[in-house]
Design a protein around this ligand. Structure first.
Ligand SMILES: Nc1ncnc2c1ncn2[C@@H]1O[C@H](COP(=O)(O)OP(=O)(O)OP(=O)(O)O)[C@@H](O)[C@H]1O
Ligand SMILES: [Mg+2]
Length: 545
């Protein structure tokens, strides 16, 4: 990602560096002019120098402003670009991996890590200029008096060595702080998601405040304090080394090396000037380390190892005539630290085009897990998934997923209604569905966007159904859709909605606990502890009733 960014922003990086360098050169010339002014032989010389000084000053004002403006633009553009890259990466990551990473970690990354990386990258030009300024000044000082320069260099070199050791400690604290911040995001997520329960139950609220949130905040505070301790120590150490260098220069320059007075004055002036650039370089190390920690954090999420988000134009045509969707010996196991993670399989399953298949089974028997494998959200570790004559693998999984429209029990209700080509649908197209599901007085659609007040759970599910309708998918999967519906709509779902989808040639997979309607299924699979059995077709229908 870093190479990609540096490549993309090569131009702005170069321009920002050039203008920062110009501004730095102008400020060095101002110092040189002051130095010459101090040592000027006559008043005329001094007047001549004053004119040049004013010109250089105006130049520095204009170029300084412009270079900082370029740097600010670079910083903002970097944040924008990194966010865009991460957004694409997160969209490209499999649901399975994203679920394992955890939403709070992704949130922490797109907020804190993006800012840290952008900050550390955007200081590169000014860092380069300051570094070059230091090198330039050192060269000049070496030219003025090499022995005195050697004294200065040795002091700074030894100081930088100790500084590096302090910074390494600081880096460790930053890594620890960043880990704690993940926990902090989780706490904030709980605060918002669990607000109902926290409002109602005072004991829970107290427990959350005292036993969960406060210890978390304490950990973040202590990690931040430790990190700050080392950075502040480093900055002060750097400042002290510079003054030590200055003092020793005067002492050694006058008494040991015995350089001429003008040379010593130049050394002192340049050293005072260099305190700015050297201080900046020291301070910028904290940003560089923060950026490094943030980058390592993003890397650890493995966002870069997965498939890229598909481009709109790359959406392939769905199969029209596929006859059968089948799974053979399908096995899936949750990858977890615990000793015996839940697993399903081997499962044999098939559904013909235009069939309505029901899946039933007790809580925790693996129905939803299987559904996620079947629609391609989870990748089976063993077995074969086929749509028509196409075997589903990594290369065609997105194409395969495009055949489905799903409503899981933890669905997300998007505000925009898209048709099967991904275009926004118009009010007229969904009006009939809105009326059919008695949602017309609650919801309106304008330019493909739903306008709605807060809805009940049952109403939200009906809207999700309208979104699924608009998608006009080939295969529908409903995971306990009717569970939140009133008796009228529950009946409507099983007796009218599903048969209507079937009559339109759609294939429907329904996960349900509503045994009153089981006899309406074309076929039924019974799940038990992760395995599936096809119910006997010959069974009398009353058994399900
Ligand atoms: N993301 C997950 N990571 C690890 N284990 C999980 C995950 N989701 C579910 N499980 C486990 O898988 C098992 C089956 O869950 P699943 O949701 O598939 O059951 P289900 O048949 O749909 O039950 P229900 O009727 O309650 O919806 C459960 O024991 C659960 O602990
Ligand atoms: Mg379930």
């Amino acid at each position: 990602m870093i190479q990609e960014l540096v490549k993309k922003f090569k131009g702005p990086f170069i321009w920002a560096t050039v203008f920062s360098a110009l501004s730095s050169i102008l400020s060095i010339s101002l110092i040189t002019l002051v130095n010459e002014g101090v040592n000027a032989a006559s008043e005329d010389d001094l007047r001549g120098l004053a004119g040049i000084f004013l010109l250089a000053l105006l130049g520095m004002l204009a170029i300084g402003f412009f270079s900082q403006w370029l740097l600010a633009q670079l910083g903002t553009s970097l944040v924008y670009k990194i966010r865009l890259i991460l957004l694409k990466r997160v969209l490209g990551v499999n649901y399975e991996n994203l679920e394992r990473i955890g939403g709070h970690r992704v949130l922490a990354t797109v907020t804190t890590d993006v800012a840290s990386i952008a900050e550390s990258l955007s200081i590169i030009p000014i860092f380069a200029v300051n570094f070059a300024t230091i090198l330039g000044c050192f060269t000049y000082l070496g030219y003025l008096s090499f022995p005195l320069f050697l004294v200065l260099f040795t002091i700074l070199f030894l100081g930088a060595g100790l500084s590096t050791m302090i910074m390494r400690k600081g880096e460790k604290c930053f890594t620890e702080l960043r880990e704690q911040e993940d926990g902090l995001f989780n706490t904030f997520k709980t605060l918002v998601d669990g607000s109902k329960e926290l409002n109602i139950n005072q004991h829970r609220r107290d427990f959350f405040y005292k036993d969960l949130a406060t210890p978390n905040l304490d950990q973040v505070k202590s990690a931040e304090m430790s990190a700050n301790f080392f950075w502040i120590l480093n900055q002060n150490w750097a400042g002290s080394v510079l003054f030590l260098g200055l003092g020793l220069l005067v002492y050694i320059g006058s008494l040991v090396v015995k350089v001429p007075h003008e040379v010593l004055t130049s050394f002192v002036l340049f050293m005072i000037y260099l305190m700015g650039p050297i201080g900046f370089v020291m301070r910028s190390f904290s940003s560089v380390f923060k950026g490094k920690v943030a980058y390592q954090k993003i890397q650890s999420l493995n966002l870069f190892e997965h498939e890229q988000v598909e481009q709109r134009s790359a959406v392939q045509e769905r199969l029209k005539d596929w006859q059968t969707l089948s799974a053979k010996g399908l096995c899936y196991s949750y990858r977890q630290e615990q000793e015996t993670p839940f697993s399903i399989g081997p499962i044999d399953f098939s559904v013909s085009q235009g069939e309505v298949v029901y899946i039933r089974g007790s809580n925790g028997s693996g129905k939803s897990t299987f559904a996620k494998v079947l629609v391609g959200l989870y990748q089976a570790q063993k077995g074969e998934l086929r749509l028509g004559d196409k075997c589903i693998d990594k290369d065609n999984i997105q194409w395969y997923r495009n055949h489905f429209s799903t409503i899981f029990s933890d669905f997300y209700l998007f505000e925009h209604i898209l048709d099967k080509h991904g275009a926004l649908v118009e009010q007229a197209e969904v009006q009939a569905h809105l009326e059919k599901l008695q949602m017309a007085d609650k919801v309106s659609v304008r330019d493909g966007k739903l306008t709605m007040t807060t809805l009940s759970q049952g109403q939200r599910k009906r809207l999700a159904m309208i979104l699924a309708y608009a998608e006009d998918a080939a295969i529908y999967l409903f995971d306990e859709w009717a569970a939140d519906q009133d008796p009228y709509f529950r009946d409507y779902f099983y007796r009218e909605l599903l048969p209507e989808l079937k009559s339109r040639g759609k294939t429907v997979i329904v996960i349900s606990h509503d045994d009153r309607y089981f006899h309406l299924a074309d076929r039924m699979y019974q799940f038990d502890s992760g395995t599936a059995v096809l119910e006997n077709q010959e069974q009398p229908q009353e058994q399900f009733a």
